[in-house]
Design a protein around this ligand. Structure first.
Ligand SMILES: [Zn+2]
Length: 408
């Protein structure tokens, strides 16, 4: 709802002159091109329209102007479309921007209760009986919050936090009359390791028309890493970013070095049976079926390229450590697999004892994108467009897992 500025401000003895409004010795300046007004060097957003040479402003901005100039705590009830007066109960609101997280601090003059919910791309914090006349809009340069808008009804204040696609989760801390929210981005989750299978002297499986597994895994892994970083703001490390050999041991070491929160190994499958098709997602465990054992043997065969450690005890110990992540790994496999099995033959989620996953102390899975021994799938997996598509799905699966994990 819009009001003619001159008439409404005159009620409060404020003089309005085209581009500014004065009260005693104070002045507010309007910038209609920018849709802002400024007071004591600070800028505020407003909605306005011009009609018959008169300036009309939205109720929320008018309430703020009256408060700034006259210290009269006037609020605009955006649901009932009316002005009302209330005692300022939110004494201070702090917004602290950070890289991986932002902090919102509310200081109350008495004990107040809050409610929190999501509305499309915003997180709404409703402070019951909370009244805050100082701002109606706060801009943000952080990765996780776009801006904050503040609305009121007679019931209290609504802080509408516009979040970005990089929003991860929030934490609420309440102490006496101070309410604190920490808004985390996905970057705060920690490192996700994407592991392109094979590389260098180890081509992996050789498929139809000489297609090499190592090339497809590298291309898809880079795409996954890109989406995770750019779209969601995750921290991502690739175990290799070019065509060179990295031992399984080194891959696990990279994961440990970055204190990996997730490890996703990307591979392509091979079968003597020409028409074998469909993606599979594995998590570490003991292989149960002959088929699972066959894939396990295939992927573990890279060991012959490496100096055999033969430290069985080490494997057994890391196996036990991996067990601690078994449930999470299974969950991660589930979230990824339900994205990638669409429009493809579903071969399901499987378990096997891959060496590469053994030295990794985080939830970890191995994705077989499909069979490069099958002409249909070899063509599909070497197609740039399909690579984009499956990378997006894997990234979405990883994000879905993280959402489940951090918002539990
Ligand atoms: Zn492989």
């Amino acid at each position: 709802m819009m009001f003619a500025l001159d008439s409404i401000l005159s009620i409060y003895s404020i003089n309005f002159k085209k581009n500014f409004a004065t009260y005693k010795n104070d002045t507010i300046y309007f910038n209609f091109e920018e849709s802002t007004f400024s007071y004591k060097g600070k800028k505020f957003k407003m909605d306005y329209k011009m009609e018959n040479n008169k300036t009309f402003l939205d109720g929320n901005s008018i309430a703020l102007i009256i408060y700034k100039l006259t210290s009269n705590p006037i609020f605009w009830d955006y649901k009932n479309n009316e002005f009302f007066r209330a005692i300022e109960t939110i004494k201070k609101f702090e917004f602290i921007e950070g890289n991986d997280s932002c902090i919102l601090n509310f200081y109350f003059s008495k004990s107040l209760n809050e409610q929190v919910w999501f509305d499309e791309n915003s997180l709404i914090i409703h402070i019951k009986d909370g009244f805050y006349p100082k701002y109606n809009y706060i801009n943000s340069n952080s990765e996780v919050i776009d801006s904050i808008r503040i609305f009121h009804t007679k019931e209290g204040a609504f802080f509408k936090i516009f979040i970005t696609t990089k929003y991860g989760s929030y934490k609420r801390i309440k102490e006496k009359n101070v309410l604190k929210f920490v808004i985390y981005s996905y970057g705060n989750f920690g490192y996700i390791i994407i592991d392109p299978g094979h590389g260098g002297e180890d081509p992996g499986a050789i498929g139809k028309w000489g297609i090499k597994e190592k090339d497809i895994t590298l291309s898809v892994s880079k795409k996954i890493a890109d989406i995770l970083k750019k779209e969601y703001g995750f921290k991502v490390i690739l175990t290799r970013n070019d065509d060179y050999f990295v031992s399984l041991k080194e891959r696990a070491e990279i994961a440990r070095k970055f204190n990996a929160k997730l490890f996703v190994s990307i591979h392509c499958n091979y079968s003597e049976v020409d028409n074998a098709e469909g993606p599979e997602t594995y998590f570490l465990s003991t292989a149960r079926t002959n088929e699972e054992r066959a894939v396990e043997t295939l992927e573990n065969s890279v060991i012959k390229y490496e100096v055999e450690d033969n430290n069985l005890l080490k494997f057994i110990i890391s196996d036990i450590l991996q067990n601690a992540y078994l449930k999470e790994s299974q969950k991660l496999a589930f979230f990824i697999h339900q994205k990638i099995n669409k429009d493809r033959k579903d071969r399901g989620i499987k378990q096997a004892g891959f060496y590469v996953l053994r030295g990794v102390y985080s939830p970890s899975v191995l994705v077989e994108l499909g069979f490069i021994s099958n002409p249909k799938e070899a063509k599909l997996l070497s197609d740039e467009k399909y690579q984009d598509e499956i990378s997006k799905k894997i990234a979405e699966g990883i994000k879905a897992y993280v959402d489940w994990y951090i918002r539990r």
